[in-house]
Write a protein that binds this ligand. Sequence first.
Ligand SMILES: CC(C)(COP(=O)(O)OP(=O)(O)OC[C@H]1O[C@@H](n2cnc3c(N)ncnc32)[C@H](O)[C@@H]1OP(=O)(O)O)[C@@H](O)C(=O)NCCC(=O)NCCS
Length: 144
Amino acid sequence: MVTYRRMTAADVPFISKLEEETFSMPWSADSFLEMISKEDARYYVAQKDGRLVGGCGVLMIAGEGNITNVVVAPEARNQGIGTGMLRHLMQEGDREGLTAYTLEVRVSNAAAIHVYEKLGFVSAGIRPGFYEKPAEDAMIFWKR
Ligand SMILES: CC(C)(COP(=O)(O)OP(=O)(O)OC[C@H]1O[C@@H](n2cnc3c(N)ncnc32)[C@H](O)[C@@H]1OP(=O)(O)O)[C@@H](O)C(=O)NCCC(=O)NCCS
């Protein structure tokens, strides 16, 4: 069974290790600890059969949600967890009055782009050279 809940400090070692294993420029544990204590941020984790398998988070700015992190552990991918976790984030965001969501993604990240489009995100253009290590353009997505 997969469940979703708010991220706590106890989850941060797992989530920051997963970040390190996944991204060339990972967020640090301190960044996550800062985010989970921020009034205008909401961070969530996914658990499968009680074990942590992913995390995501959103910054709330003027009624819009800027989704900053989305990651699922490799062995738990393609089981609907990334989609479910983002659905949960947006359901909670909607309840708090968010009316739109935005995020950036590497143009080569076909799996993530597929998930965002499935959830109703629409591309609003390219941000050239947004990423480093390796240098790559970002696609900007919005869901309104
Ligand atoms: C992107 C990510 C969070 C998705 O999580 P997930 O739990 O695997 O997502 P889901 O299982 O809900 O959905 C995956 C979908 O992508 C599809 N998919 C998988 N690999 C794909 C690929 N190479 N090209 C296109 N679609 C792909 C799956 O078929 C599935 O679609 P479906 O539900 O229509 O069958 C996960 O792959 C991940 O952590 N990637 C590394 C970190 C990352 O890239 N984060 C996003 C940064 S913006």
